[in-house]
Ligand binder design. Structure first.
Ligand code: TYM
Length: 340
């Protein structure tokens, strides 16, 4: 089993990232068997596909590293690194560029959402970003990729690229790439904005009130939960009763995911109650479970030396794991790779 996943480095890790992805990274790392391996990376190369501030990108990469370690990623057991230090990512992206099809990329919903009506004005990188994402996982022969629902389409594309490359340039007995499986947590695949139950919780939402950041202090968390959008009805006693109530469903799902219960068991306790009672309880669950994470984060985030060392070590390991696959990809295409 080879687990690989990445996250874009922005200063803040939010609850959607945590419940949709990072918590599963930690679980997979902790349950890893002998001979298996986890690689987790900061997708800093991805971050340049949108307008960005270079100084901020550099400091966000370090901060996100601290956040991942605070969440439980152990750099001694998992390979933790940033893309920019492992040039095989960029190289393989170019090699896969001959296989990926314009039509496939044109169908990516994230591209359509981010580009909006102004496709002509977008960076080329925003369009080709999913090819880099395919390179990110194929480079390491990933078998499992833990992500939130919104990344599913990108992983299907990675499978399509791998399959076509194997078909076109390798034999059935000796494929160059493994087809990766997305691993999406059923209970928290898509955490929604606190201000709007129809859009996902996201770092690009201009409203801070729409998301809970892992580094938020207790007062901020309580305030955001209290201000979260809801409806006037009391909570139902079963999950089916949440249909058509996106905001209520989202808050109950967050409660369930954070406390390790099913939605039904949360409703067995809170069914019939209004949000006046449920929200403070949700706030408390969040504060209690996030406190140790934010404490570790605050202790580590300014330890520049330690963070640099973690990333340097992770990158060295990643480069080594990547080499045989990158070599085979060059060779399959009829290219001779220089080693220096
Ligand atoms: P990114 O940085 O937007 O998000 C990181 C992870 O968090 C998940 N996620 C969510 N899950 C549930 N509910 C939400 N509201 C929510 N918001 C974010 C995402 O699904 C993701 O798993 N392109 C990727 C980064 C990437 C990557 C990769 C991932 C680059 N290369 C290779 C996997 C494999 C991205 O922008 O994720």
């Amino acid at each position: 089993m080879r687990v690989v996943s990445g996250i874009q480095p922005t200063g803040n890790l939010h609850l959607g990232n945590y419940l949709g992805a990072i918590r599963n990274w930690v679980k997979m790392q902790d349950e890893m068997e002998e001979g298996s391996q986890c690689l987790f990376f900061l997708a800093d190369l991805h971050a340049i596909s949108m307008p960005h501030d270079p100084a901020e990108l550099a400091s966000n990469t370090l901060e996100m590293t601290a956040a991942l370690v605070a969440c439980g990623i152990d750099p001694m057991r998992s390979v933790l690194f940033n893309q920019a230090q492992v040039h095989a990512h960029s190289e393989l992206q170019w090699l896969l560029g001959g296989t990926a099809r314009m039509g496939w990329l044109n169908r990516m919903t994230q591209w359509k959402d981010k580009a909006g009506k102004n496709r002509e004005g977008q960076s080329v990188a925003l369009f080709t970003y999913p090819v880099l994402q395919a390179a990110d996982v194929l480079l390491y022969q990933a078998t499992h990729v833990p992500v939130g629902e919104d990344q599913k389409q990108h992983l299907e594309l990675a499978r399509d690229i791998a399959q076509k490359f194997n078909n076109d340039f390798a034999s059935e007995e000796a494929p160059v790439f493994t087809l990766p499986e997305p691993y999406i947590p059923p209970e928290a695949a898509r955490i929604m904005s606190l201000r709007d139950g129809s859009s996902k919780m996201s770092k690009s939402d201009p409203s801070e009130m729409s998301r809970i950041n892992l580094a938020d202090d207790a007062d901020t968390i309580m305030k955001k939960v209290k201000k979260a959008k809801t409806d006037p009805e009391p909570l139902p006693s079963e999950a089916a009763g949440l249909e058509g109530r996106a905001e209520a469903l989202n808050l109950v799902s967050i409660y369930a995911a954070m406390s390790g219960q099913s939605v039904d068991s949360v409703l067995a306790t809170y069914g019939g109650e209004g949000f006046g009672k449920f929200k403070p309880a949700l706030g408390e669950v969040l504060v209690e479970s996030l406190a140790p994470i934010s404490e570790r984060f605050n202790a580590l985030k300014s330890d520049r030396e330690e963070l640099d060392a973690i990333l340097a070590r992770g990158a060295a390991q990643a480069r080594e794991i990547a080499t045989p696959t990158l070599d085979s990809a060059y060779q399959a295409l009829g290219l001779v790779r220089a080693h220096h």
